[in-house]
Design a protein around this ligand. Structure first.
Ligand SMILES: *Cc1c(COP(=O)(O)O)cnc(C)c1O
Length: 853
């Protein structure tokens, strides 16, 4: 008989064990080695069986065992010590508190998924895990951030693989209480309920769960509440479950409901209202419309002033260079919602226009969440240098006339939370050698601090753990189908002494799960080489609706079951954070072979690198930026191939060649049993990527480059009853109206001798028609630098601002300047006019720019 609902009945803890409740309900346990170990030690087998979660553990242990532990002085002392460590962690000043200058009072960080721990499956892949790591580093650094997301009752699915190799999905229901979340209650003790008015007199209600991620509250909205109709209860049933209206309702709840949840949370707790809003990908875009509606109804701003205020305080991060990865809704569906009471005071037509693909190459029947994100976020970024470049090209049509390089989307490269992703054995080694578990300053190349034998010993031990874990998982999966007994070959599955390549990811086509199968005979030879074999460990989930991904998984699973290679290549089902944590450290090499440039950043390779794993990857995402020739290998990209087939063939051949001619010899060349050259690369990787690949570095960049400017802009526009917002919006309206007639009448230069040479000066004077605008409204700029054979200015050209001189005569204002010629070679320049205002982040963000012709 199957229960339709399950919940956890908590035991009563003796006073000496009371801190366990607090320790269990702060997710810091998931990255604190000692707290984690404390809970696991209460009953190691049970810990494994219940999926490693302290709140579940307390519910599952039974009163007898708890009473026994309460009488165990050593255990009680450990509980006390961990409680003190948690207190110390939650109090005191951190990096953020020590920052000088203006700072945000709070940042609300919206994401459709959060990957905090394997026992809280509210993520499908990289985007969510990045969001989880963002919260954890914000906590470590003392950044006053509040996470905002949804609570999906069934989370993302669990994967098993049938005898036919086909992916099966199951959706175990989650019990939020039993996981360590608390319900947000008002001062009278009643659950806070958020309500959205929908078209057709429907209402969507939600309660709010709070997960404490160290210092960071994560608010998760849950539509499973008695106030809702059956239909509305299903809104937060699954992560990315449905399409169309289901998905839209999720995004409205996240954006609109999320802002309301933040308001309620600040009211109940007395926390300062956030001044910066960060949306991780476009799904939470409606938060901006909700905030505009607040400004219009409560602060009596007009549409344009409200837009200016919201833009100033919003950071938008785009994550996908794949157009299919962006949420797009039919225009009419959104128009219905905008015409309802949901967004009080907001002009429905103008709000709709903020998300329409009303540009060259767009479809104006489509409401695009990335377009909405870019219109509502004055501070926008991609997630690696290459992805920033790709995004500027991809969204450039929103700024017609603006050079792609100047499209106002910057980049901040992703990072990973080291305390979460570094294996306990490496942490132990690091504490022994350097005195602390994590620091960007650790020099792993220092052989006096860590000997070759010690480092190789830890690497080998982590591999043995992976081998044992793989056998356990494959054995359990085999026992759960068919005869109930695991076949004997599983006992020889994988070998801790063999060069081990790991490859695991979600399975969209661009990630090319099966590239390694391009030449099955060659792969088989590599796997079965009698002297120097290779073994491969694979994982990955396909989106439940994506059969093409499931076919790829099936191909791999079938190949791996061939007795010829069985034992040397294995597919581990149910790739999630828990599997990832043993998979990455246990490999020698981490493989990634996406179609360049479709991987925005990628983070699994960084997690592997922090554990001393070398990367073998296409030069895409973060690897394009940080591959340095000594931290792994780059698979050459076959850009000139004439077809996808040819490209896959060429890149697969390069992959096999690298493995055979570079990886294998280096790995198997030993001195005293240790591959010294290989280990040199490991040391270099851990040192160099340890400095860059962390989410501490990433969050610090978000704070200094985006959050602080956003808070400053927000304050400037908000001051004096939003005088700045009104003034900026009036400016924008004025320049937009006049811009059509702004023209550069003439450009004169003098002072260039027939033979210009370095050190000469160029005097430039431009006559500009401003049509009612004043010289202070514009910047007239000289763009100059080297030119190519088509007379195009080089991408690294410079800008020099000309100054207005004299009176305006017949509508023409003169701007002049003197430029020393410092570059040699073929040189060119042009003159352009852009609007200028202290509260613009980029001179071209309004898409207004006029060049001399
Ligand atoms: C890190 C991680 C990802 C994302 O890795 P990519 O390199 O971006 O593909 C996906 N799933 C899990 C479980 C992870 O830990």
């Amino acid at each position: 008989m199957k229960a339709i609902r399950t919940f956890t009945v908590r035991p009563v803890l003796a006073e000496s064990l009371a801190p366990l409740n607090r320790l269990a309900s702060n997710w810091r346990w998931s990255w604190s080695r000692a707290t984690h170990a404390l809970f696991a030690s209460m009953d190691p087998d049970l810990w494994e069986r219940i999926g490693g979660n302290p709140s579940r553990m307390l519910g599952a242990l039974g009163q007898d065992r708890l009473d026994e532990l309460a009488r165990n002085d050593e255990f009680v002392a450990r509980v006390g010590a961990e409680d003190e460590r948690l207190n110390a962690y939650l109090g005191g000043d951190r990096w953020f508190q020590q920052l000088e200058g203006a700072k945000p009072t709070g940042i609300a960080y919206f994401s459709p998924e959060f990957g905090v721990d394997g026992s809280l499956p509210q993520y499908s892949g990289g985007l969510g895990i990045l969001a989880g790591d963002h919260l954890k580093s914000a906590s470590d650094l003392g950044v006053p951030l509040t996470g905002v997301g949804l609570f999906y009752r069934a989370g993302y699915f669990r994967q098993s693989i049938g005898d036919d190799g086909w992916q099966r999905e199951s959706y175990p229901l989650l019990d939020p209480y039993g996981l360590g979340l608390t319900l947000l209650r008002d001062s009278a003790g009643s659950p806070v309920e958020i309500t959205l008015d929908l078209p057709g007199d429907r209402q969507l209600h939600a309660r709010v769960w709070v997960a404490d991620i160290g210092r960071i509250p994560l608010l998760l909205l849950d539509s499973e509440t008695p106030a809702n109709s059956e239909e509305m209860r299903r809104v937060t049933d699954r992560l990315y479950g449905g399409g169309g209206e289901h998905r839209l309702l999720q995004e409205l709840l996240l954006g609109v409901g999320g802002v309301r949840a933040v308001r309620a949370f600040c009211e109940v707790t007395g926390r300062a209202k956030p001044d910066v809003y960060h949306t991780n990908e476009g799904h939470a875009g409606f938060q901006g419309l909700e905030r505009m509606s607040e400004l219009i109804t409560q602060d009596h701003l007009g549409f344009d002033a409200a837009l200016a205020q919201v833009r100033a305080s919003t950071v938008f991060t785009t994550h996908t260079p794949v157009p299919a990865g962006i949420d797009r809704f039919p225009r009419d569906l959104i128009a219905d919602f905008l015409a309802s009471n949901l967004f009080a005071g907001l002009d429905p037509g103008r709000a709709l226009a903020l998300g329409l693909e009303d540009y060259d190459g767009g479809d104006s029947g489509v409401f695009n969440m990335a377009v909405l994100g870019l219109h509502l976020g004055q501070h926008a970024n991609g997630v690696s240098v290459l992805h920033g470049e790709v995004s500027r090209g991809m969204f450039g049509a929103l700024w017609p006339g603006v050079d792609t390089d100047e499209v106002p989307i910057t980049s901040i490269t992703n990072g990973v939370h080291a305390p979460t992703w570094v294996h306990p054995s490496i942490k132990g080694l690091s504490e022994r050698a350097f005195g602390d578990a994590h620091s960007a300053a650790h020099d792993w190349t220092d052989r006096a601090a860590i000997s070759d034998g010690e480092l190789w010993g830890v690497r080998s031990q982590m591999k043995s753990e992976l081998v044992a874990e793989a056998r356990r998982r494959v054995g359990a999966a085999a026992r759960s189908h068919g005869s109930g007994v695991a076949p004997a070959w599983i006992e020889d599955l994988l070998d801790p002494d063999v060069l081990t390549i790991g490859f695991a990811r979600r399975v969209p086509t661009y990630k090319r799960l099966t590239l390694m199968l391009r030449d099955p005979e060659r792969l088989t030879r590599l796997l079965t080489d009698p002297e120097r074999p290779v073994q491969i460990v694979i994982g990955g989930k396909s989106h439940p609706a994506d059969d093409s991904g499931k076919i790829l998984i099936q191909q791999l699973v079938r190949f791996s079951r061939d007795p010829k290679v069985r034992g040397r290549i294995v597919f581990l089902p149910d790739y999630d954070i828990t599997l990832a944590k043993s998979l990455y450290p246990g490999c020698d090499v981490w493989l990634n072979n996406p179609l360049r440039p479709l991987e925005a950043c990628g983070t699994s390779g960084m997690k592997a690198a922090l554990n001393g794993v070398l990367n073998l990857s296409i030069l895409d995402g973060w690897w394009d930026e940080w591959f340095d020739g000594e931290n792994g290998w780059a698979i050459p990209t076959a850009d000139t191939a004439s077809s996808d087939e040819e490209r896959d063939d060429a890149e697969a051949t390069s992959l096999y060649d690298l493995i055979e001619h570079q990886l294998v010899p280096k790995f198997y060349e030993r001195e005293g049993g240790i591959p010294l050259a290989w280990l040199g690369m490991v040391r270099h990787t851990m040192t160099e990527l340890g400095k860059k690949a962390t989410s501490d570095r990433m969050v610090q960049e978000y704070v200094t480059r985006l959050y602080v400017p956003a808070a400053e802009h927000d304050a400037a526009l908000r001051a004096d009853g939003f005088a700045g917002a009104r003034e900026l919006s009036a400016f924008v309206t004025r320049v937009k109206e006049s811009w059509r007639d702004v023209r550069i009448d003439s450009v004169d230069s003098s002072g260039i001798p027939a033979q210009a040479q370095a050190g000469d000066v160029l005097e430039v004077s431009a006559g500009v028609r401003l049509d009612g605008l004043s010289p202070e409204d514009v910047a007239v700029e000289l763009a100059y630098g080297r030119t190519d054979e088509d007379d195009d200015l080089a991408r690294d050209h410079a800008l020099y601002r000309l100054t207005p001189v004299g009176e305006t005569v017949d509508g023409v204002t003169r701007f002049t300047g003197i430029l020393p010629l410092t570059v040699t070679g073929s040189f060119g320049y042009t003159v352009r006019v852009v609007p200028t205002h202290p509260q613009l982040v980029s001179p071209v963000e309004l898409g207004l720019i006029t060049y001399a012709s």
